[in-house]
Ligand binder design. Structure first.
Ligand code: NAD
Length: 439
């Protein structure tokens, strides 16, 4: 079986490379010539642990190649994965223009049967739109070529993407015809390990499953953030509460971490898109609407604490900020809470010196224009003479820093911790003023 992946971003590149790793021959296509050039020259355009080595290994083995040539990529794969972006439209709904453009480009070039797989996160009903777009292009060519459209949403997490893809909890495949079902089940056989992980279902259920999963995770985060804010007022410690809750197996420990809100390329846009899909179909998703609202408010939480300590006017102040990426182990800055934190500090006249182990380059691209924002090359270098340290992303390297150096570098021993990384009692014993979330 030969495979084409359309879109060589976080999802497409990981999908294509992991499929090649199991022995398939894979062609990755992108419309961005810069990305393809980097890949053809042996680099990778994103940061994802372990990916670069895996790409190199599979290119060297002749199983993986990259192109901008649509005709070539359509001719190559029996299965054509669509893994392009689905950014939010103005009303919050998912913008399907890239998905539909990819579908049409397949239809313009295909000469025999193709399985077209929606790997991108797309609203319920998108497979029908993809099918209609392909049929229309084929009709315009006067071509009568069979094809199937499949929904195969991706559940990988940036930062752990390779492991997630190679050892998935489940593979959801939404399919309406036998031929495609058989091909997709065979395609995922190498990822089954010791038991069947493929969940075959109808296309619409598969499409909704992806949104349901992300919406649930976002809900847990917003729920905990609201409780954290309450705990703070009531003199409780949300971290103790978290342990007390999580030990109930019906609740579990995952995704109960309070902080400065969720970000990234998925939760914010997928929650908005699901709310919008519901609205278009006559439903109001009240819980999810609140989840989104609570998250917007939470992104301001750390700055509110800074303002409570220093006052509204922060001119003349400089803050060190650790962590820019929306979460550890990625350089992804899409909807990162750090962007709101920096903008809100800058708006009040403060200067910010930021450090992130991998996202600085991407942060310079998306936040470079913010007045007073500079970037440090190392975490301790960011601190020199700053009024306080703010922690926004919980990189492992921040877990056990040299607190003596922090104390000696800052103007005063003052930490605003948006990720609850440290023990408040111990830090206070060490002479630090420590503000965290919900404790
Ligand atoms: P991305 O922006 O990193 O990559 C998308 C790529 O598609 C870009 O390189 C772009 O140039 C390319 N592209 C756009 N139109 C094209 C076309 N017509 N032909 C060829 N290439 C084209 O996006 P991503 O983070 O990989 O996300 C892709 C999809 O997967 C989205 O729907 C997203 O919601 C979903 N998803 C993302 C994640 C994640 O963690 N990033 C996880 C699960 C699902």
């Amino acid at each position: 079986m030969k495979i084409t992946v359309i879109g060589s971003g976080y999802v497409g590149l990981v999908t294509g490379t992991c499929l090649a790793e199991t022995g398939y021959h894979v062609c990755c296509l992108d419309v961005d010539p810069r990305k393809i050039e980097i890949l053809q020259n042996g680099g990778i355009p994103i940061f994802e642990p372990g990916l670069e080595d895996m790409v190199k290994r599979n290119v060297a083995a002749g199983r993986l190649h990259f192109t901008t040539d649509v005709a070539e990529s359509v001719a190559f794969g029996d299965v054509q994965f669509i893994a392009v972006g689905t950014p939010p439209d103005e009303d919050g709904s998912a913008d399907l223009q890239y998905v539909l453009a990819a579908a049409r480009s397949i239809a313009r070039h295909m000469t025999d049967y193709r399985v077209v797989v929606d790997k991108s996160t797309v609203p319920v009903g998108t497979a029908d739109k993809v099918r209609a777009a392909i049929a229309e292009e084929l009709a315009a060519r006067g071509a009568d070529i069979p094809f199937s459209v499949v929904s195969n949403p991706e559940f990988l997490k940036e930062g752990a993407a390779i492991d997630d893809f190679m050892r998935p909890d489940r593979v959801v495949i939404g399919v309406d015809d036998e031929r495609a079902a058989e091909i997709m089940a065979r395609l995922y056989k190498p990822f089954q390990r010791n038991h069947e992980r493929v969940l075959l279902m109808d296309v619409r259920s598969a499409e909704l499953t992806k949104y349901a999963a992300n919406a649930m995770l976002a809900t847990r985060i917003s729920f905990m953030n609201e409780l954290a804010n309450l705990a703070e007022t009531m003199g409780a410690d949300i971290e103790q509460v978290r342990l007390g809750m999580g030990s109930d197996p019906r609740i579990g420990y995952h995704f109960l971490y309070p902080g400065v809100g969720y970000g990234g390329s998925c939760f914010p846009k997928d929650v908005k898109a699901l709310v919008q899909t519901a609205k278009e179909n006559g439903h109001t998703l009240r819980v999810l609407t609140a989840v989104e609202k609570a998250n917007e408010v939470q992104k301001l939480r750390l700055v509110e604490k800074v303002v409570a300590r220093f006052g509204e006017d922060l001119s003349g102040r400089r803050f060190a900020l650790w962590g820019l990426a929306f979460k550890p182990n990625t350089d992804d800055m899409r909807e990162a809470p750090s962007r709101v934190v920096v903008e809100e500090l800058a708006r009040r006249g403060a200067k910010v010196t930021a450090f992130d182990p991998v996202a600085t380059h991407e942060a310079q691209r998306v936040m470079g224009g913010i007045a007073g924002l500079s970037f440090a090359d190392d975490m301790m270098g960011a601190l020199d003479g700053a009024d306080a340290l703010l922690i926004v992303t919980e990189w492992k390297m921040f877990r056990a820093p040299d607190f003596n150096r922090i104390r000696n570098s800052l103007k005063q021993p003052l930490i605003f911790d948006g990720r609850n990384m440290y023990d408040p009692a111990w830090l206070r014993e060490q002479g630090f003023e420590y503000h965290a979330i919900g404790r």
